[in-house]
Design a protein around this ligand. Sequence first.
Ligand SMILES: Cc1cc2nc3c(=O)[nH]c(=O)nc-3n(C[C@H](O)[C@H](O)[C@H](O)COP(=O)(O)O)c2cc1C
Length: 276
Amino acid sequence: MTDTTYAALPAVPGTGEGAPGDPLRIAVIAASVRDQRMGRAIAEWAAFRAAPAGADSPRADSSDTGSSHTGSSHTGSSHAGSSHAGSSHAGSSNTGSSNTGASNTGSRSAGSRSAGSARADASQAEVDLIDCAETDLPDDGLLRPGASAGTAVSARIDAADAFVFVTPEYNHSYPAGLKRLIDWHYREWMFKPATVLSYGVQGGLLATEHLRGVLAELHVVTTRRVVGLSRPWTDLSPAGYTPPADIAEAFDAALHELTWWASMLRTARHERPYAR
Ligand SMILES: Cc1cc2nc3c(=O)[nH]c(=O)nc-3n(C[C@H](O)[C@H](O)[C@H](O)COP(=O)(O)O)c2cc1C
């Protein structure tokens, strides 16, 4: 596909974006759509970690697209404060963490110095959980290169300053439903940062590496730190997903990077819009 396929590089920033100084908006995107999936529970935990401390407890309500919204922003918002009871060891990240069998980390106070600084950076963040399983996309027969005809979640992706992709590894990549969500949008992703919380038998990092390559085509910067959850089903209970402390710390470190990029790139989109 050559650049000539695209009529023009779309204008950024998008019309739905906040301006420098506004609270950052983080979209947590749940990739899996299976009936039996655990991805939603992990995405809710990720939204909880990304939301500023003290945010409201989660609501189970939904928007017109069916996505979960909690908190108060017009983008949807934060999931926070759910109870995460009980935990066993599981998982590791590529940040050097290893299985420790550490205690429950559902609490926001869990974590480390990096958790504190991540919270500081994201202290004004608003979090929107966009769930692929609850997002109806148009028929792929209508798909065009670089074109976003507008979907049920276009405005929410557009409004986001940063993305957290929560994805399982399916046959050494990420699920097809996530690829459809990506392909149905274009300008909405551009010049924004993303991090990835993957999971699978061995952390699901092959999904992450495939995702990085795709996101690069959309001018999305991915954080150096990403987190891979190995066999996270061992940390799943009726109360939700509760990883050990090292996982929470690793994810907070990734969020710290993410919010730095989000702030920098939002300023750049406004003050020095990209031109080729
Ligand atoms: C179609 C399919 C392919 C899978 N392929 C892999 C794989 O390549 N590597 C891996 O670690 N796990 C793989 N798994 C296991 C998933 O990691 C595990 O089922 C996980 O819970 C899937 O996430 P979900 O529950 O959110 O759908 C696969 C599962 C499915 C359904």
